[in-house]
Design a protein around this ligand. Structure first.
Ligand code: HEC
Length: 124
């Protein structure tokens, strides 16, 4: 193997490693958010349920909004990125509606936070 080729191989490997590390980190962002906001310990309501029922606090809504914005900017573990961004943006818009007390915001949110729909496409 000549030297130049070895350097190219090394660079390619470094890019590959860097890529898998960032993808993994993105996955963690989504997993962490799901556990914090979409799933609650036995006997308590997750924030997403409270948001849909109109009982989430201002603080919880803000956390939810920040979380959706954050996952919107990440790479989903699988599926079409453009659709992913569209789904996340619908969630961001719905939470903003809740914050503003917009009429029908809870219904919009419940429609947007479609666990199964999103998991079918994007959850491995
Ligand atoms: C916008 C898309 C989307 C919506 C809506 C969504 N999820 Fe998820 N969820 C994901 C993705 C993507 C993963 C996989 C993350 C990974 O494995 O990296 C996931 C993973 C999870 C996990 C596993 C977390 C872990 O790693 O332990 C739980 C629990 C979960 N979601 C609950 C819910 C519930 C409950 C709802 C509905 C209230 C919901 N999700 C709505 C995209 C979504």
């Amino acid at each position: 193997m000549n030297r130049k080729f070895a350097i190219i191989l090394g660079a390619a490997a470094a890019v590959l490693i860097g890529f898998s590390v960032t993808t993994r980190a993105d996955d963690d962002v989504i997993s962490k958010f799901m556990k914090e906001y979409h799933k609650a310990p036995e006997g308590t309501d997750p924030v997403c349920k409270k948001a849909g029922a109109g009982t989430a606090t201002a603080e919880e809504l803000q956390g939810l909004l920040d979380g959706y914005k954050k996952i919107c900017g990440t790479e989903p573990p699988q599926g079409d990125k453009a659709v992913w961004v569209k789904n996340c943006q619908a969630l961001v818009a719905a939470v903003k509606g809740l914050q503003e007390g917009k009429e029908g915001a809870a219904a919009d949110y419940k429609k947007a936070v479609n666990c199964k729909g999103c998991h079918n496409d994007f959850k491995p």
